[in-house]
Design a protein around this ligand. Structure first.
Ligand SMILES: NC(=O)C1=CN([C@@H]2O[C@H](COP(=O)(O)OP(=O)(O)OC[C@H]3O[C@@H](n4cnc5c(N)ncnc54)[C@H](OP(=O)(O)O)[C@@H]3O)[C@@H](O)[C@H]2O)C=CC1
Ligand SMILES: O=C1O[C@H](COP(=O)(O)O)[C@@H](O)[C@H](O)[C@H]1O
Length: 497
């Protein structure tokens, strides 16, 4: 049976027959996200017969283990035995060491037959992106329209990102390079474009004229999981803000693109990134806050602090809050507060838009019963996705006038009686179809790093050590101070409603 999907941006063409090669097939991302996404797409009848998923393994003997590992993971992900049995024959294991050019001959043998779309997913540490790209080119494997999919983070600063982009650009044109930011594959993130440009209601007030400030939060309850080696090198600013959080900001703030074409949308996103006012030098002390979680309790169970999980000293931030501004006609003067962290009170990604107060209240000003709260629009991206609009209402009754804030609540799960597909389901088939709309262009990634780099430099120059926060809270008190100094407060999940 084919399941119907709520596609907010249209999936325009059928998926052609393909070979998708996954480097890093035994890794966390591939097993946890990529294989389940593909198996689900197959189960829906979206993937054409004859297509193959080539799983690249590195260690001797792992070829034999791959099908078992994948089957176990699919089962954990809730796929039925029938769906697993249907997927496994698509899987072709092959052993290649990304750093050994000769070993790519094995891949060449597997890929040599037939005319089909060919894509290579680099789900490996980023230092392998360039060697893999070069080795694929050396063996002619990128010819005839081959595509590369690069995972984030792309580099660790502007220089390294440029080096990767430059080297990849030598073996492959931009039109065949797909840089993943999986937030763009989330239905609710795509819906930001629909909210903005398919409705007149909000767009007319989407500017400094009506908006007081904006908060973008990506809070997680998880800690290091099994990624300590990676995370401690990177930290919250580079792991989340440089990509996911800035992408949310872009979609929130962009000017209307003329069409939904990949470059029309991406041109506008780049404009937003370039309009971000730099935060540099001593400004990092007032406009940013770094945090690192200590021991605490999350979801009712005790959890160790970051340093205990890590097993050694570290100055890496697991929380970052930033106060930024966009120097554009539309957004001048509207503070945009960004916040992300691990081991926070709740898993929650949301954008909270606080509108300006009414210019003149006709209700008795000194009476607390008639005090007005500003309207708030909460765009809840995950979990419990939906839209909430806080408005003032009159409490029914003929006694003294009393006004209270109440919420219009539109939940995705009640608005659509459908399963929401995982981000990777959408993104993987978009690559095969050749649609780059939901992927980051080279200039976009580099513009994001251009804004991030001075912050990192400022942190070093001014010795901005991370402040301790208790696991299970909302970050260090300094981040509350940063926003309270301006007479505002963080919305604590669900926009504080
Ligand atoms: N995990 C996640 O949730 C996310 C990951 N990412 C990014 O995705 C990428 C993969 O991450 P993740 O899966 O967590 O990493 P893992 O460390 O779990 O997996 C890395 C994979 O790369 C393989 N590998 C390492 N060296 C070589 C080599 N020389 N030749 C061939 N294969 C090699 C490993 O093989 P072996 O098993 O033999 O070691 C393993 O399969 C990274 O760029 C990461 O930043 C991005 C967002 C989220
Ligand atoms: O890319 C990353 O994203 C995840 C959060 O993704 P989500 O879809 O669960 O919101 C984050 O945990 C990870 O550190 C980061 O690398």
């Amino acid at each position: 049976m084919q399941i119907e999907y709520p596609q907010l941006l249209p999936e325009r063409t059928p998926v052609p027959v393909f070979d998708l090669v996954i480097f890093g097939a035994t890794g966390d991302l591939a097993l946890r996200k990529l294989f389940p996404a593909l198996a689900r797409r197959l189960a829906e009848g979206v993937l054409p017969a004859g297509s193959r998923v080539v799983g690249v393994v590195r260690r001797v003997g792992s070829e034999d283990d791959l099908a078992r590992l994948v089957a176990e993971r699919l089962k954990e992900d809730g796929l039925s035995q029938r769906e697993i049995d249907a997927f496994l024959p698509m899987l072709v294991p092959v052993r290649v060491d990304a750093k050994e050019p000769d070993s790519f001959k094995e891949l060449e043998k597997v890929l040599s037959d037939g005319e089909r779309v060919r894509a290579f997913y680099l789900s490996t540490p980023p230092d392998l992106f360039v060697p893999i790209g070069r080795n694929l080119a050396l063996h002619g494997l990128l010819e005839n329209g081959g595509r590369l999919i690069l995972e984030k983070p792309l580099g660790h600063d502007l220089r390294s990102a440029r080096a990767i982009n430059g080297a990849i650009g030598e073996v492959l044109p931009e039109a065949r390079t797909y840089r993943i930011d999986h937030y763009l594959g989330k239905e609710t993130v795509q819906n930001l474009l629909v909210l903005r440009f398919a409705n007149t209601l909000f767009e007319r007030s989407w500017s400094s004229r009506d908006i007081d400030h904006v908060q973008i939060t990506c809070a997680e309850t998880v800690g290091l999981e099994k990624r300590a080696g990676y995370y401690d090198q990177v930290g919250a600013l580079r792991d989340m803000v440089q990509n996911h959080v800035l992408q949310l900001l872009c979609l929130f703030a962009i000017e209307p693109p003329n069409t939904l074409d990949a470059d029309a949308v991406r041109d506008e996103k780049v404009r937003v990134l370039r309009a971000l006012r730099p935060i540099a030098g001593s400004e990092v002390l007032t406009k940013t806050v770094r945090g690192q979680y200590g021991a605490g309790s999350v979801d009712g169970r005790p959890v160790p602090g970051y340093l205990q999980e890590l097993g050694h000293e570290s100055m890496t931030e697991t929380f970052a809050a930033l106060r930024c501004e966009l120097d554009t006609w539309r957004w001048a003067g509207v503070p945009i507060y960004l916040r992300t962290g691990k081991r926070m009170a709740e898993r929650c990604s949301e954008i909270v838009v606080t509108f300006k107060p009414v210019p003149h209240s006709i209700f008795p000003a000194r009476d607390s019963r008639t005090a007005l709260e500003a309207n708030r629009l909460i765009i809840r991206l995950q979990p419990n996705d939906g839209l909430r609009l806080q408005m003032m209402m009159k409490v029914p009754g003929s006694g003294r006038l009393k006004l209270v804030p109440r919420t219009l609540d539109l939940k995705y799960e009640t608005a659509f009686d459908m399963r929401t597909p995982d981000a990777y389901e959408r993104l993987l088939t978009d690559v095969i179809r050749g649609d780059q709309t939901l992927f980051m262009r080279r200039d976009e990634v580099e513009a994001a790093w251009s804004w991030i780099d001075p912050i990192v430099e400022g942190w070093h120059e001014y010795y901005a050590v991370p402040h301790r926060y208790q696991a299970g809270g909302w970050g260090p008190s300094q981040s509350i101070g940063m926003i309270e100094r301006e007479g505002r407060s963080w919305a604590e999940s669900d926009g504080g409603l």
